[in-house]
Design a protein around this ligand. Structure first.
Ligand SMILES: [Fe+2]
Length: 489
């Protein structure tokens, strides 16, 4: 494959004979989001503008076709009007290429009245042409020069999903300069229009050097309040904004005074509460999370009115629980707007629970640019697995204290790039497949199917191994840390 993703004529001579000639590659096909009534699937046809088509339905033998004739390399298909807790089959197609036949199960919907929804945005890193040039930018695809565009698009995208409120969990700025704070205040935050927003401070917002304002800039120019911490009542829910940052220190810490304050807020007001802070606060401090997370968890443990903890900082989708300390309480790490997958989360609140969904920004070109900029060996695949997370890190339902995660198992064959293209071409005359990067830079992964259950994956495994005469692997589409999953189906 050449850099355009097309087959070179020299290589074409080496291919196995095919009944038809195919030159549209379905790449990076991803089931990004699964809600109770909708799902989002994205894929790329590198340097091959093509239609965006999907076949989907409840019966694998009776699929309905939907096509968007926008002729693009970056394909986005949102399936709506789906039924809750129901299995759907789908297969994407563009021009002459077709992906594998996959399945997913929609999330269960909490019972009771729908109350309101809010967006969670994080790690915006407005740089104003003067980025900090940190590791994320040099090696891991942080798109500092597009930070404004990505933030604006995430605001507009989330507003289109009818949010009533937005919360930003820190790192609004790249290094807390006056110019960055002013640009946020005057040019960017106004895109929220009449949608109210709440701001948490991040470690980058507390940077202090000659030209940085640190938390003073945050308080005076963008947060419009007296302290970095705050609590706000919204629709009879408490939104508690915590400050987990210290000037010029990247690790998180919640000081004793603040822990007492959080305890006091939860004690004096037994209304349901969502907590927000910049640093993740579940598990060991391997990844620069909150150092004293155990103390924090001990404080919130007795309060059944806490519904969820939301953070950013790590620039990835991640959902964890701590069964021993806080039961099924979800700790949600929201994606960064500025780095792959470049997105945001939406929380839809009902009387008996809530649903969390993470979405990619609709500027898929930028999301893919960030993926491509990960420059370590095999990094493209590493980045996808790490910051995209598993399906259960992007979508779940919390209903009366129970968590419901969708599952996803994939059938793959990892081969040298040339061999992978050959297999892909072969699948096109059978039942379709997609291509994605593998952990080794010289190899590619052919995705032969994605399924919501291990049983379905095994059944298909038998068939695909027979048809393609290949060693087909079964794996989980995630980084391997999803908490035990439960689903009604
Ligand atoms: Fe950040």
């Amino acid at each position: 494959m050449n850099s355009t993703g097309k087959l070179t004529s020299e290589n074409e001579n080496n291919y196995r004979p095919c009944r038809l000639s195919y030159d549209t590659l379905i790449s990076n096909e991803e089931l990004c989001t699964v809600g109770y009534n909708h799902a989002v699937i994205t894929w790329v046809t590198p340097q091959q503008p093509a239609d965006t088509t999907i076949y989907f339905g409840e019966q694998r033998a009776h699929l309905t076709r939907r096509t968007i004739n926008d002729y693009t390399e970056f394909h986005w298909m949102e399936l709506d009007n789906l039924k809750p807790a129901t299995r759907y089959w789908y297969q994407v197609a563009s021009n002459t290429g077709k992906g594998s036949l996959n399945s997913f199960i929609t999330l269960p919907k909490p019972k009771g009245k729908y109350l309101f929804s809010y967006a969670v945005l994080s790690d915006i890193h407005i740089a104003c042409g003067n980025p900090t040039k940190d590791f994320n930018e040099i090696y891991f695809g942080k798109l500092s020069e597009y930070s404004n565009d990505l933030f604006i698009q995430c605001i507009l995208d989330s507003k289109r999903r009818n949010i009533d409120l937005a919360v930003i969990t820190g790192d609004l700025t790249d290094d807390a300069s006056r110019q960055q704070y002013l640009e946020l205040r005057d040019l960017l935050l106004p895109y929220f229009g009449d949608t109210p927003y709440l701001l948490c401070i991040g470690n980058h917002d507390k940077y202090i050097n000659n030209s940085s304002l640190g938390e003073k800039g945050f308080i005076e120019l963008v947060a419009n309040r007296e302290k970095t911490t705050s609590t706000v009542m919204f629709n009879d829910y408490q939104f508690i904004l915590i400050d987990s940052c210290k000037p010029n220190i990247n690790k998180g810490y919640i000081d004793p005074g603040q822990l007492k304050w959080i305890q006091g807020m939860l004690k004096s007001n037994r209304k349901p509460a969502y907590l927000f802070l910049h640093h993740p606060c579940n598990g060991p401090d391997t990844w620069f999370g909150v150092k004293n997370h155990m103390e924090f968890q001990r404080i919130i443990r007795p309060f059944a009115n806490v519904r969820g903890i939301f953070s950013g900082h790590i620039h990835r989708n991640k959902v964890t629980t701590n069964k021993f300390m806080t039961g099924n309480l979800p700790y949600v790490e929201a994606p960064a707007t500025v780095q792959f997958p470049c997105g945001y989360g939406i929380v839809r609140v009902y009387e008996n629970g809530f649903i969390y969904n993470s979405y990619k920004v609709s500027r898929l070109d930028l999301s893919e640019m960030s993926r491509d900029r990960f420059i370590l060996k095999g990094g493209n695949a590493l980045l996808s697995r790490y910051s995209f997370g598993g399906l259960g890190d992007r979508s779940f339902s919390w209903i009366n204290g129970q968590l419901f995660y969708p599952r996803q198992y994939e059938l793959t064959v990892t081969l040298d790039q040339q061999k992978a293209i050959e297999l892909y071409k072969h699948t096109q005359s059978v039942d379709g497949a997609s291509l994605t990067a593998a952990g080794n830079i010289n190899k590619s992964k052919v995705i032969l199917g994605r399924f919501d259950s291990l049983q379905l994956a095994f059944r298909s495994h038998w068939y695909k191994s027979l048809v393609y005469q290949m060693d087909v692997a079964i794996g989980k589409e995630d980084s391997g840390y999803i908490p035990r999953m439960r689903n009604k189906k």
